[in-house]
Design a binder for this molecule. Structure first.
Ligand SMILES: Nc1nc2c(ncn2[C@@H]2O[C@H](COP(=O)(O)OP(=O)(O)OP(=O)(O)O)[C@@H](O)[C@H]2O)c(=O)[nH]1
Ligand SMILES: [Mg+2]
Ligand SMILES: [Zn+2]
Length: 291
């Protein structure tokens, strides 16, 4: 049996890195819940092919889910870099849902506002100050400029780039990891929307030097939605720092912060101490649990 790490997942075929070798592996039977970043044991079945026998227990797993299935993104992460951009558009609900998923999976996050070279970015930069106040580290970068600040956050870690399509995840990766060559696409101007250029998650090594150890960076396909049907009400409440901080201040001990009288969370929102969009997303997530 050989041990290795999953560096790419294409349906039920996986690329496993073992030492300096890359082996294409399949799974036994119909098992397919293996993801980029997984540590696995496999058996060779051919000169350059193998079959995965065992997946090691994960430190954490980032995934989305709808009513029908889970969509695994990456496992064993030290950091999730949530990439946002003002162009083609900023989707705040997607950011909020990514943050909730990372909070509940215990994955540290970094919000990376990309495309700082574009004039549209300034207003978004200001808006994202709200997230800094919530305790989320944030940096502003341009994939076409100096990335040393981002690099510093990635040093020695396994990180994943997540976010909407067209925000520049693959462009950032290409700038950081010369080996990557991930396809980056021109935005379809006609639709004013990002094209889905990346179709599969893929792990790349970041070069290090005498001052930094490099790291590993996983590129992931852009998403339109981030389903969170796997989270319970308690997990949802805990995943919002501004709600978590007010736990116990509501009149009712089992307050769901929807429209209960004496609710400290609703009072905070009323007073401008919670972003309306965040309250709205929280309430719609909790509402879906009970409907
Ligand atoms: N002006 C500007 N354009 C950028 C920057 N980073 C990326 N882009 C452009 O944004 C477009 C989309 O970039 P991608 O890297 O393909 O975006 P992505 O997030 O990987 O998209 P998906 O793979 O679909 O999820 C491309 O046309 C890039 O050239 C940036 O910092 N500034
Ligand atoms: Mg991409
Ligand atoms: Zn309440």
């Amino acid at each position: 049996m050989i041990s290795g790490r999953v560096v790419a997942a294409h349906g039920r075929r996986f690329l496993i890195e073992a030492g300096d070798r890359i082996v294409e592996c399949v799974t036994r039977g119909r098992k397919s819940d293996i993801v980029c970043g997984d540590q696995v044991d496999f058996e060779m079945t051919d000169a350059d092919k193998g079959v995965i026998e065992k997946v090691a227990t994960r430190k954490n797993l980032l995934y989305r889910s709808d009513d029908f299935r889970s969509k695994l993104i990456a496992a064993n992460l030290d950091l999730a870099v949530i990439v946002v951009a003002a162009v083609p558009y900023f989707r705040e609900e997607l950011l909020i849902r990514c943050l909730v998923a990372c909070e509940s999976a215990d994955i540290p996050v970094l919000i990376a506002l990309n495309k700082s070279d574009l004039p549209e970015t300034a207003a978004l930069h200001q808006h994202l100050e709200n997230y800094v106040r919530l305790g989320y580290p944030q940096i502003t970068v341009s994939a076409r400029g100096d990335l040393s600040q981002l690099q510093a956050h990635l040093n020695g870690k396994t990180s994943v780039l997540v976010g909407a399509s067209g925000v520049g995840k693959s462009t950032l990766l290409n700038a950081l990891a010369p080996e990557a060559n991930a396809a980056t696409g021109e935005i379809s101007l006609a639709l004013d929307a990002g094209k889905h250029t990346t179709t599969n998650a893929r792990l790349f090594h970041l070069p290090g030097d005498e001052n930094n150890p490099g790291g590993d960076l996983i590129d992931s396909p852009g998403m339109q939605e981030f389903g969170l049907t796997h989270l319970s009400q308690a997990e949802l409440m805990h995943a919002f720092p501004e709600i978590r901080a007010r736990a116990g201040e509501c009149r009712f001990y089992n307050c769901r912060h929807l429209k209960e009288p004496g609710c400290a969370v609703l009072a905070a929102a009323q007073a401008g101490d919670m972003l309306p969009n965040r309250l709205r997303v929280y309430q719609s997530l909790v509402g879906q649990l009970t409907s």
